[in-house]
Design a protein around this ligand. Structure first.
Ligand SMILES: Nc1ncnc2c1ncn2[C@@H]1O[C@H](COP(=O)(O)OP(=O)(O)O)[C@@H](O)[C@H]1O
Ligand SMILES: [Mg+2]
Length: 314
């Protein structure tokens, strides 16, 4: 048996080779994420504030203040953090609130950061309380306190950190404790995008994806994207598939309408699930559980028998 193993020779030779393999030659994945402010559309007030802060920090040769970005998902918080780091010519270490379980997790990350380096914490409202306590001195004094041993042998040691820049992103700013919120020098809320801004984003993405799209089609897509670039890019990819298989590859208004009808997305960008969710809420209100207050106009309609909305769940 031992001899069998020793005498075995693999048929697969040249596992390591100096020649280029097909994997090496595969094209890089196309990223639709803008890397510079020039490609970042909209959010003019936020971009202006950040540009000023970046320029001032560069003039003084200092690192930036900590930044808190707030807004619904898909509006460009992560993108903005990478752009800021690019503009400051710095690296970004990325982590997220739920992955930082213990104070030690954050300590390890903080002690490895260099001067001016960016630490991006996504979903920062989800970091546990114990980890949050470590962040306070780290953000304010660029130091963390270790406690060695336990009981009467316990000793505290203060470890100096480099002047890193913390960028926090959150969809629920109300869940952040005020001591944490107050330690951010810059706090900006991102707004939903106008259809005109989304048209520019869609046209840029179409160009990166090598797809031809008419102005009309881009506007039709923008109208169905709920003011969110991530949704616009996702719908564009579905429409591109449809155009390639069912049309001549060119995205027109008709192609957008046909492709999105197939996906069950209506003129407002609502999916089947969204519509059923809304109808349930409307039914719930019109069934009298609203109380004696007059109903808002969109909800004034004949009630549906209870079993009809019940059947939507069972
Ligand atoms: N202002 C913008 N201009 C162009 N594209 C954008 C913009 N904001 C977001 N995007 C696109 O939307 C996608 C989602 O953005 P992201 O930064 O991941 O959102 P968030 O972190 O707020 O959930 C990105 O991949 C990017 O392609
Ligand atoms: Mg994000």
């Amino acid at each position: 048996m031992a001899d069998d193993i020793l005498s075995f020779r693999s048929e697969h030779k040249g596992v390591v080779t100096a020649r280029k393999t097909s994997e090496d030659q595969a094209p890089d994945m196309v990223s639709l994420r803008p890397e510079r402010f020039d490609d970042y559309i909209g959010q003019t007030a936020t971009v202006e504030t950040l540009k000023i802060a970046i320029q001032a920090a560069r003039l003084r040769n200092e690192s930036l203040d900590h930044i808190l970005l707030h807004g619904p998902p898909g509006l460009g918080k992560t993108t903005l953090c990478h752009i800021i780091a690019n503009e400051m010519e710095q690296e970004v270490t990325v982590t997220s609130g739920p992955t930082l379980e213990k104070g030690g997790d954050l300590m390890g990350i903080l002690t490895h950061l260099s001067d001016g380096e960016f630490l991006f914490i996504d979903e920062i409202h989800r970091i546990p309380k114990v980890v949050e306590e470590f962040l306070y001195p780290a953000m304010e004094d660029y130091a963390v306190d270790f406690v060695f041993d336990k009981g009467i042998h316990a000793r505290s040691h203060r470890y100096r950190l480099k002047r890193f820049v913390l960028v926090g992103a959150t969809t629920r700013v109300g869940l952040l404790s005020s001591p944490l919120r107050d330690r951010f020098g810059l706090f900006r809320t991102l707004d939903f995008y106008t259809p005109e801004e989304l048209v520019v984003i869609i046209q840029r993405s179409a160009q990166l994806l090598n797809t031809r799209i008419s102005e009309n089609a881009a506007l039709a897509l923008a109208d169905r994207s709920r003011g969110t670039p991530r949704i616009a890019n996702r719908l564009l990819k579905r429409v591109r598939d449809f155009a390639q298989v069912r049309a001549d590859g060119r995205v027109t208004r008709e192609v957008v309408q046909a492709a999105l009808a197939l996906e069950g997305i209506d003129r407002l960008g609502l999916t089947r699930l969204d519509r059923s969710y809304l109808e349930t809420i409307i039914d719930f209100i019109t069934e009298g559980r609203w109380g004696s207050k007059p109903l808002p106009p969109p909800f004034r309609r004949k009630p549906t028998p209870w079993w009809m909305w019940w059947s939507r769940f069972y």
